[in-house]
Design a protein around this ligand. Sequence first.
Ligand code: FPP
Length: 245
Amino acid sequence: MTTSSLPRHLGIIMDGNGRWAQTRGLPRLEGHRAGAESVRDITRAARQLGIEALTLYAFSSQNWARPADEVKGLMELLRDYLRDERAEIMDNGIRLEALGDTERLPNFVRDPLDELRAASRGNSGMVLTLALSYGGRESIARAARQAANDIAAGTLRVEDLDCNRLGSYLPTAHLPALDLLIRTSGEQRVSNFMLWEVAYAELMFVDVMWPDFRREHLAKCLESYGERERRFGLTSAQLAEQSDV
Ligand code: FPP
């Protein structure tokens, strides 16, 4: 695969942990535990392939409403992940970032998260962003509030608030545009993930539960991505003209 056909920014909705566990007669948390293994494998593969940015939907704003035991278990898994993957992240030049309302995370997750974000800030290999306590609508609402504040303060003019300007208030503004969004488990929804950023992303719904999703599945998705024609609202003929220049 040539680098040009690789997505620069890959987002993944990691779905199906609960069903994976249920079909094995296991508690849901075992599905999340197995899902953490997929996170490790996919992160490593993405780094090796040369993907610039990988964004994983790990915990949504709405997931706080799940049973308390499941939320607690997920938080503990995140804490363990941050502890166990620290060396791998640093050794591979990965910059760890987070999207979402991380203030809501318990200290035992937020502290190691903040520490690793700070420690990895200078790394330039790949940006791994964990969406935690994240919602796409919430993220757009926050951007709108910040823009409104700037208008009220006189540092932004209403007529200058176009798509580019509003997008610059989003927490993903510094990342490459989202090129490919994969959702595992066969469900075909976006579930409040990167609603703004998904505008021209290619969408792929894969019939594999997240705990079973490994680099070979990712490779197939990337192959299929390479075969798609991304037109960004133009016609095929226009694209052909552009590539002739
Ligand atoms: C969705 O599956 C998955 C989640 C809500 C959590 C994702 C968490 C992990 C993959 C593990 C921990 C993360 C990291 C970064 C180490 P679901 O529970 O909605 O599955 P279901 O639809 O089958 O019930």
